[in-house]
Design a protein. Sequence first.
Lengths: 359, 558
Amino acid sequence: MSKLLTLNNVSVAYGSNTIVQDIDFNLEEGQICCLLGPSGCGKTTLLRTIAGFETPTAGEISIRQHLVSTTENTVAPENRHIGMVFQDFALFPHLDLEANIRFGLDKKMSESAQHQRCNELLKLVGLSGSNQKFPHQLSGGQQQRIALARALAPRPDILLLDEPFSSLDVELRGQLAREVRGILKQQKITAILVTHDQNEAFAMADAVGLIHQGRLVQWDTPYNLYHQPATRFVANFIGQGVFIPGEYIGDQKINTELGVIKGRVPEQCKVGCKLDLLIRPDDIIHDDESPIKLEITERLFRGADFLYTLAISSEQHILCIASSHHNHSLHEKIGIKLDVDHLVMFPQISTEHTAAILP
Amino acid sequence: MADTRSTQITSLRALSFGSYINRWHLSVLLITLVCALPVLTVFSFIFQPAGEVWQHLTETVLADYVSNSLMLMIGVSFGTLSMGISCAWLTSVYKFPGRKLFQWLLLLPMALPAYIIAYTYTGMMDFAGPIQSSLRDWFGWSYGDYWFPEIRSIWGATSMLSLVLYPYVYLLARASFLDQSIVALEASRSLGAGPWKSFFKVALPMARPAIITGLSLVLMETLADYGTVQYFGISTFTTGIFRTWFGLNDSAAAAQLSTLLLIFVFVLITLERLSRKQARYFSTSNRQKKQVRIKLSNKKAWLATFACFMPVLWGFFLPFLQLLQWAVETYDDMVDSEFFVLTWNSLALAGSAAILALLLALLLAYGQRLQNTRFIYLAVRVASMGYAIPATVIAVGIMLPLAWLDNTLDGWLRNQFDVSSGLLLSGTLFALMFAYMVRFLAVSVGTVEAALGKIKHSMDDAARSLGLKPKQVLLQIHMPLMRRSLLTAILLVFVDVLKELPATLILRPFNFNTLAVRAYELASDERLADASTAALSIVIAGIIPVILLSQSINKQKL
């Protein structure tokens, strides 16, 4: 597969205020990637730089091996052949749906070809026959679909989606994310999605770039991001989990408050070195038979399951997901066992190792 | 590889959108410079040594100019504040017969330029006018038997200006009263303060920034007034500038006098800016604004109706009816082919000025949207500073550089080719149009800026990502979305130009007359009744913005 989009050490700054720094990644044709990060991390600025609304202060961007952004010159957004879907959809309120969708079509296209393309897209997004409606007559989800149709109409090289689901109801988000992914995959569209919602990122993307304080901290598949976080920040940001302290006792064994755990220890770690182990709720299995019994200090009923917070010691807690049938009351002691498939650990940096990441 | 890179970069340059931005940038700066020219010119005369005329002025009339202007400002402040605040308070808090009607009727006096209401009242209160005649009929008096106030005095000018300017205070105070959360007032009542105490302790202080904004606009208009004070023979800055320029033929002294006036104006601008800033700080975040108006007892309700009716009666209906009566009487004599030429001149002038102002405003506001730097923001503010500058000062500031240009060009041509170019720019429609732009650009910029601000930036980005250039975005997205506001901007400037007197008087081409100039000339010749057709036409046109304003008030569903 060929490289569609290349970012080469891209930095963007407003005056002395650096927003993103040294961003480096490739996107292949047909790939859907997601820029994920907490708000204010610079992901939207990065997207707008790819779109051509901002000029990088360092680095280069190429689309199909053509330079589109350098520090001196920026191809205007209208000349980049990109499509963009906005957080507030930005449908043109004075135009009907047909005119909205046809807005970006080449004016040289014949009237009938334009009309046909419009109908194709309306069908694709499941709103056939709404040509003459106006944006204000649509629900939020429908507006979202039209925004997608409008962006796809000119067959852009790359589709950019800026928090496209954040103005929708929570229930609608997941459904639309799956639908949109279906459409993009079917049409073989290369796309970049910006979001702060990891569920959305996992539902949509083939690859996720996690951005923190303007830097790309990990570029990986959703699976790896969850199971092999590259840094403490990634481990914290993605999913739920708790760091528990441990000490390497040699022979790939680590001694913790939950007993001795076996796993691959980083090579630089010598016997006696202190480590923090990431324990995710799915690493802890509730088992009434287990000899390890811990007290429930918090319980959160989530419908299909319970999320229990269990105390190892007065200040050390872990999380455990148990099926909805296992209804235990607060302060009851329940049995657990560890089912650590692969260990994620970082050398201890501070005494605040007990900082739990509660849901 | 290096070669392909460099060709790519050159092709990039051709596509670069930096050049668009710069073009908008440049037009914003150009408009700003041109608009600032008159004020800069006037100020440059500070550094000129004071001439003989200036000496003479300071020894004789300058003190009068200052004291008269100050007295007018104080008097008009009292007049507009008392009428404006009381009517705003009554219509926004109480229920009484005709309240809904008064909401916009109270704006009607804005339709009358001060000089026109001055002519009308002079005619009405003359010895031979309807008021004195009826008094004599009723009481059997004859000349000299009774005392009657002289309208051609400083109190007369104060009353005239107050009657037509109070709507500024009314509008802003009312908006502020309605914006105040009803909770604040209820809290005050629950703490034991009666309605009067609540008004003085809570509502009025909260509305103070808005009221000061309104008052500073009123005072700017007061300082800028030429027609009224000239007609009543009161020496103020504006009449002084006029006299120095045309009577004493000293342009430098006129410019220096203008500078002095501008210092007053800048104080007002600062006051206005500061109070606007404060208004933001004072506005309540509590959105609970469901207005429950207090029902008044029968007697009090009719008193409220009476109180609201007075300003409208004196500020609009009486003068309007008087003008109407005169117009009917003189219709046959006055409405002739000359009148139609006059009307056409006025309409064409006002129309083209309005459209030009709109185009410039679009350039400025959209340029600012494309590149919203502090610098551009400042440039746009400077370009729309003219609303505060008296037209007389603008006219002086335009005449000086244009005359210099004309003379320089003429002198050079005479030297080189022995031909004379005469006056190319001064005394032409160009000069007049220039003055209108400087004076009224703020009106259209304000309207366009507000409308543009309501369009989300993602609209621009969406259109750009779909292949539109910035200019096309303006034409295809913004302009259709702003249609109504653009029309409003055109109408507002149109009416302002139609009413404008002093700049037109100074800068118009020889023998070029407009309705306003004609009304002024006829009134100056004591042909008050004959001036009525021209005056009435202006007043009727002036009702348009009042209707627009009242519509936007109704839209707020208050």
